[in-house]
Ligand binder design. Structure first.
Ligand SMILES: *Cc1c(COP(=O)(O)O)cnc(C)c1O
Length: 375
């Protein structure tokens, strides 16, 4: 998305003053005044819409080359709304290594409302087509997946799905709209946890759903407004500010990740690196391998020591911030899986996931190098 002006015209007709601004003001009000009793246009009550949410949604739609975008108060409420556009009796095919919150949502909550789900390893399209039954209405994709960056062929699935009257949803959080645009690959619904790269400052929680279809758009709007899932006004304003630097943050993060990828791949103490830069399917549907990279230490029992000696990365969870974040899936995001599930998903003691920030790349590599020397 190119840079564009964001001036706002605000004229006080009573006093003949012009308060036009360079930056969109924060409209921190729960209700808007009605010029006359029969007025039909304009804002009324905050849950139904407000200028800050509209401005943000306009930008989100443009970023994903979509016609409609809706801002939600978390990635999870965005995913909930997207899945609630389906109806009792509908069957939905999910990825085997979906985001943990999504797994809980479909396993515990949405099942009670009559939706059914099958999880399959979507990296092989045959697993997806085999799971289809007469009630299958949707295929939900996450690519690359967390934390081992496995790739699903979006186009192969959307082609199969549209020929069979099945909708396709893509959680595009890891790639951002700058790295991958699923609507251009004929997906029907794109979802983001805007808590990650879109906001980028590890400060706010938000989600987004972007679509082209008029009917799905109307369902989403209804869910957003009636269930009260919309992003709050202040966070709309802040996310709108953060989006202005998404381009330069993403460029710096992916360039740092390329260098870290080269460094880790060549390092004798690294057993394996997970990064989709050599995956032909990924590189055909995305313009870059992204800013999340995972790796496994050769010496798997040295994970704590390695983490202790790092000075720059934050040892935490989450991703997409300006600070580099190192996570240890086995003891955080994936600690509730059984031993055998962990093994199957390659979640071992020595596995780390790095969400690469915008720091100086030499500093990051020097820091990783020093920590690896201690183990
Ligand atoms: C974080 C995340 C979510 C959930 O988003 P929240 O903003 O935490 O609700 C969903 N999908 C992916 C891939 C994520 O990384």
């Amino acid at each position: 998305m190119g840079y564009r002006k964001e001036t706002e015209m605000i004229v006080d007709n009573k006093r003949g003053l012009d308060y036009s601004t360079a930056n969109q003001p924060l409209y921190y009000s729960t209700a808007f005044l009605r010029p006359d009793l029969n007025a039909e246009d304009g804002y009324l009550y905050v849950r139904h819409g407000n200028p800050n949410r509209d401005k943000l949604e306009e930008k989100l739609a443009e970023l994903e080359n979509g016609r409609y975008a809706y801002a939600f108060n978390s990635g999870m409420s965005a995913i909930s709304a997207a899945l609630m556009t389906f109806s009792p009796g509908d069957h939905i095919i999910m990825p085997a290594d979906m985001y943990g919150g999504t797994y809980q949502l479909v396993k515990t909550i949405l099942k009670r409302f009559g939706l059914s789900f099958t999880e399959v390893d979507q990296t092989n399209i045959n697993n997806v087509t085999d799971a289809v039954n007469a009630n299958t209405k949707a295929i939900y994709i996450e690519t690359p997946s967390n934390p081992t960056l496995k790739v699903t062929n979006i186009k192969a699935i959307t082609q199969f799905a549209s020929a069979n009257n099945i909708k396709t949803l893509v959680d595009n959080t890891f790639m951002t709209p700058l790295g991958q645009n699923p609507l251009d690959l004929s997906a029907d619904i794109v979802i983001h946890s805007a808590t990650k790269f879109l906001s980028g400052h590890s400060d706010l929680i938000a989600g987004a759903v972007i679509v082209n279809d008029d009917d799905i758009s109307m369902l989403l709007k209804e869910l957003q407004v009636v269930m009260g899932l919309a992003l709050g006004t202040y966070d709309c304003w802040t996310l709108n500010q953060h989006l202005k630097t998404l381009g330069i943050r993403w460029e710096q993060s992916i360039s740092n990740t390329e260098k870290i990828h080269r460094f880790l791949t060549a390092h004798p103490k690294i057993e394996k690196v997970y990064y989709p830069s050599d995956n032909a399917v990924h590189m055909s549907q995305a313009n870059h391998a992204g800013a999340v990279i995972s790796f496994k230490l050769k010496n798997e029992d040295q994970a704590q020591k390695f983490a202790d000696h790092l000075k720059i990365p934050l040892i935490s969870v989450s991703l997409g911030g300006v600070e580099t974040i190192l996570s240890h899936p086995k003891t955080s995001s994936h600690k509730d899986l059984s031993e055998s599930e962990q093994r199957e998903k390659e979640i071992t003691d020595g596995l780390f996931r790095l969400s690469v920030g915008i720091e100086n790349s030499d500093d990051l590599i020097t820091d990783l190098q020093a920590a690896l020397e201690t183990i």
